[in-house]
Design a protein around this ligand. Structure first.
Ligand code: GUN
Ligand code: ZN
Length: 449
């Protein structure tokens, strides 16, 4: 077995931190070692020169070595939609997103974007994500195919949508069911692939399609389900008009038995009291997407209200509504959202959420999200001195919590010194392809327009 010793300042969460001084919630080893082999974490502990001598040692000091970041809500076909100027969600979807997603009818386009997508995740330290593909089966093949080349643990699925979208972006209840089922059978459990049943949202699925999603969920109870809910007020109103006899927006997914511990609900901003209760009672996961909610102007997620209801909460980028692939940038914006609501988000809890918290939300604790023996060796190495201003600021930082807070407040992909997937260094391996300077000029294009 190819055993490597990653030496560095090792940090891993054990529990959800309750306060900025909750030292029992994590393990921190100043001169630590993570021993990896066969794609797994074999052990962690104090660095021991004698024991390490027989293996390759990669010295990441003084950087932090943590579990890789997890992004539980992202749209891989929206890489070329990020930063699109729109007044609100529905305008943004209709003007840019639904136009761009039609390009994924072309398998060459799907493969090109999927390849760039995983390179971008790696550059930002994200080792697992749950992604929406498009309605086109080839987009799912490209997604899982490119993930498999990199051996990355990925969740994803074909969006099911059969109305209120351009004809080129609509399936039918039957074809949506058949294609989703075939893709699930083809990919789920292949290597590290997890297929997610993905009715896009209630606005783009008819009653008949929701019934087909329900049938699929009943046939495959172990698979995740992902959708959007209560993101924007006009969207909520439209969804309620389309399903008039139900109590609220979440009640639509409840009606089709799509809620449960493996259901990921993007946004959850404009929830009624009843919806909060249903969310908590069904153990469904509210996925908070702060950069997206600010960029699109959807609203301020009420973290403490959901927490008080006992709801499960994850945090994600929602690229391309979200404006950054970075979980550091995401939690920085999340911090500001909570500040505006008079709520606190301490940096230990932020880094817990990006790792173990999101792993738990995906029911993948034990495999990813923490540095525990037997877990997959997906790691990120973080440099809090990545830019001149961060290095200067670090001179005045006197605690681990404050270092994490600096990483969150000022950090981005530059602070990711290395990303490991199954024990393999991936970021340094990106080579010229990952560098902007290697791209052709805009006039030349790349792989066609
Ligand atoms: N609701 C339905 N589809 C989408 C999407 O692609 N992005 C966002 N932010 N919200 C959605
Ligand atoms: Zn989304």
């Amino acid at each position: 077995m190819d055993v490597k010793v990653l030496r560095g300042r090792v940090l891993s969460f054990l529990e959800e931190p309750q306060a900025i001084d909750d030292v029992a919630s994590y393990r921190y080893i100043e001169d630590g070692a993570v021993v990896v082999g066969g794609g797994k974490i074999l052990m962690i502990g104090e660095f021991n020169a004698k024991a390490a001598a027989q293996h390759e040692v990669i010295d990441h000091r003084p950087y932090l070595v943590m579990a890789g970041f997890i992004d539980p809500h992202i749209h891989f076909p929206q890489m070329q939609v990020i930063g699109s100027y729109a007044a609100n969600l529905l305008e943004w979807l209709n003007t840019y997103t639904f136009v761009e997603e039609q390009r994924f009818a072309d398998p060459a386009h799907s493969t090109r974007i999927a390849s760039k997508f995983f390179d971008e995740l790696i550059r930002h330290g994200t080792t697992t994500a749950s992604a929406y593909c498009t309605i086109h089966p080839n987009s799912v093949d490209a997604f899982f195919g490119e993930a498999a080349k990199r051996d990355m643990l990925m969740l994803g699925g074909k969006v099911m949508m059969d109305r209120n979208a351009p004809a080129g972006l609509c399936d039918t209840p039957q074809s949506g069911y058949d294609e989703s089922k075939a893709l699930l059978e083809k990919w789920h459990g292949q290597g590290r692939a997890h297929y997610v049943i993905t009715p896009r949202f209630a606005i783009t699925s008819s009653h008949e399609q929701m019934e087909m999603a329900e049938a699929l969920a009943r046939e495959y109870p172990d698979n995740h389900i992902q959708t959007h809910v209560d993101e924007n007020l006009a969207e909520v109103e439209f969804a309620r008009e389309l399903f008039p006899n139900l109590p609220d927006y979440l009640g639509i997914y409840e009606r089709y038995h799509l809620l449960g511990p493996k259901t990921l609900l993007g946004h959850c901003i404009h929830l009624t009291h009843r919806e909060c209760e249903v969310l908590a009672a069904t153990r469904s996961v509210a996925v908070w997407c702060p950069t997206s909610n600010l960029f699109i102007g959807s609203g301020l997620f009420d973290h403490d209200r959901l927490h008080a209801h006992g709801a499960r909460i994850a945090v994600a980028t929602d690229v391309g509504g979200g404006s950054s692939y970075s979980m550091l940038r995401t939690l920085d914006e999340g911090y500001k959202v909570m500040q505006l609501r008079g709520q606190r988000l301490n940096p230990l809890r932020s880094f817990y959420m990006m790792t173990l918290g999101n792993a738990r939300a995906l029911s993948l604790e034990g495999r990813i999200g923490a540095l525990t023996p037997g877990a997959d060796a997906d790691l990120v190495v973080l440099d809090a001195r990545a830019t001149p201003q961060m290095a200067l600021r670090m001179e005045a930082v006197d605690s681990l919590a404050n270092e994490l807070f600096l990483l969150q407040t000022c950090g981005d992909d530059r602070a990711v010194a290395e990303t490991y997937v199954m024990g393999r260094a991936m970021k340094s391996g990106l080579g010229a392809q990952g560098r902007v300077s290697a791209l052709p000029s805009p006039l030349e294009g790349e792989g066609g327009a």
